[in-house]
Design a protein around this ligand. Structure first.
Ligand code: PFF
Length: 494
């Protein structure tokens, strides 16, 4: 059986950028920039990109491409036991996907409400009371929110039809979902910067406060943003690169991916802060009084600003199409990463596997459309992203940097990307990155010990930890199963 292939190099880059550019670019990057020193934040951000992000992306691309196996198969080539780590990563990817899809369900709901501008009576109460039906605390589940459940089904149908024919359908879909949000962001950008008060917002966004760089927290924030934004650490990029033919300069592809992704973040920040400047002026308050991040930004503050614009419904529609189209290719990349591992091992049809994956992902995500959904989302997101990604980064670096098969990856890279500073990269992944990541891990963990995250009760914190470590238990058994029979999908190298 011949391995599936990207129809072209360009479409592989489209898919990688599609995965990287997601909600994180729109609702996390601008806020972090504002919070951590404005324009000065770009310094730690760029350093983290060069020292951590790009080397890890190059690593994941090279591993997938060299071994021509998705995450589990490739990890097993490095060390057989590391297959369990591969499954663990994919388990976490599945958890991320289940709540990422819930956020997309909210976006879908807002897309429909844009026609009537349903939130114009009060954006905050609309989101928390009407859309989410938020319960009084994480201990009160509050029942299933049926409208959101319907939207969630809608999102999963979209995801299914993106992956149901494997790389073939993925490469069709990214032709739209990669360029579309960029185009719309440009339109929103023109709208934002021509609004009254926009300049005030942009100053708050970009004015550098260099003294902020002395705070170590900024560096940790920059580093963890880089992980999330580039979609590294969950094995997704390994899976995508395993469908690249063996002769291709994937280090170059990594550079393009990183560049486009950061460009999208920067642009999104101008849209967000230009609009926030307008909102602040309309309300007669200072810009920092309206700034928010995450759901509060995308579903409360931004919609409020949109409702004050002329042709509010039109720009609202555009904004939620941006959210949906940015998010969908990140979401299905998470699923494709998981499916790819099964496809390497099973002969089952891609359509059937995709359907099972979608049903399970949907079922796992129902908790996030209950009244307590936002709390669970917050906890699970915090734990899996703070700890999961860092741990996997450490594993990946050490497995490639210190094994015999890892050396092959280095040689592969030197051959396919002769321009790339392979030796510098080698020492980064062998030593520098693992050390940085261990320090980050300890920093996060000490903070965890000092106080429970956001004051949640002990059992809820345990749920967060379980989301991190249960996939490891599953991964252990799946790795045993994976090793039982010869890998069936034999690889033909063109
Ligand atoms: N990079 C995506 C974002 O910034 O929203 C999120 C993401 C997708 C993270 C896929 C990890 C991943 F594997």
């Amino acid at each position: 059986m011949a391995r599936e292939r990207w129809p072209s190099r360009l479409l592989f880059i489209f898919a990688a950028v599609g995965s990287a550019a997601g909600l994180g670019n729109l609702w996390r990057f601008p806020y972090l920039t504002y919070k951590y020193g404005g324009g000065a934040f770009l310094i730690p951000y760029l350093i983290a990109l060069l020292v951590l992000g790009i080397p890890l992306l190059v690593l994941e691309f090279a591993v997938g491409q060299h071994f021509q196996r998705s995450t589990v198969g490739a990890m097993r080539k490095l060390k057989t036991w590391a297959g369990a780590v591969g499954w663990w990563m994919l388990g976490i990817a599945f958890v991320v996907l289940s709540y990422y899809a819930a956020v997309m369900a909210w976006s879908l709901r807002y897309f429909f409400s844009s026609f009537s501008m349903a939130w114009s009576g009060g954006a905050e109460s609309y989101f928390y009371e009407q859309v989410l039906g938020l319960s009084s605390g994480i201990g009160v589940l509050g029942g299933i929110n049926w409208i959101l459940l319907a939207c969630l089904i809608g999102v999963w149908i979209l995801i299914y039809f993106s992956v149901f024919k494997g790389i073939k359908s993925v490469s069709q879909v990214v032709k739209v979902t990669m360029p579309l949000p960029i185009l719309l962001i440009f339109i929103l950008l023109i709208r934002a910067v021509t609004l009254e008060g926009a300049a005030g917002g942009l100053v708050v966004y970009m004015k550098p406060v260099f003294s902020a760089l002395l705070d170590p927290e900024i560096w940790v924030a920059a580093a963890s943003q880089i992980f999330f934004t580039l979609s590294v650490g969950l094995g997704i990029m390994i899976a995508y690169a395993s469908y690249v033919k063996k002769k291709q300069d994937t280090a170059g592809d990594a550079l393009w991916t990183a560049l486009m992704n950061s460009g999208i973040s920067l642009l999104a920040g101008f849209v967000v802060f230009g609009t926030l400047g307008f909102l602040a002026m309309q309300k007669g308050v200072a810009v920092p009084d309206v700034v928010a991040s995450g759901p509060g930004l995308a579903f409360v503050v931004f919609p409020e600003a949109l409702s004050m614009m002329p042709m509010a419904w039109l720009f609202s529609l555009l904004f939620f199409i941006v959210l949906l189209s940015l998010g969908i290719d990140s979401a299905f990349s998470l699923l494709e990463g998981v499916l790819a591992a099964f496809k390497d091992r099973l002969r089952t049809s891609t359509m059937k596997l995709s359907l099972i994956g979608c049903i399970l992902g949907f079922a796992g995500g129902i908790i996030f459309v209950t009244g307590a959904g936002l709390y669970f989302l917050d906890i699970v997101d915090h734990f899996v992203l703070s700890y999961g990604l860092i741990m996997f980064g450490i594993f990946e670096c050490l497995l490639v940097g210190w094994t015999k098969a890892g050396k092959e990856v280095k040689e592969h890279l030197a051959r396919e990307s002769p321009w790339f500073p392979v030796n510098l990269w080698w020492w980064l992944i062998r030593l520098v990155i693992p050390i940085i990541l261990v320090v980050m891990f300890i920093t996060f963990f000490l903070k965890e010990l000092a106080a429970p995250y956001e004051g949640y009760p002990g059992w809820a914190i345990a749920v967060g930890w379980a989301a991190v470590f249960l996939p490891l238990v599953v991964g252990f058994f799946l790795n045993k199963w994976y090793g039982k029979k010869r890998e069936v999908a034999e690889i033909t190298v063109p």
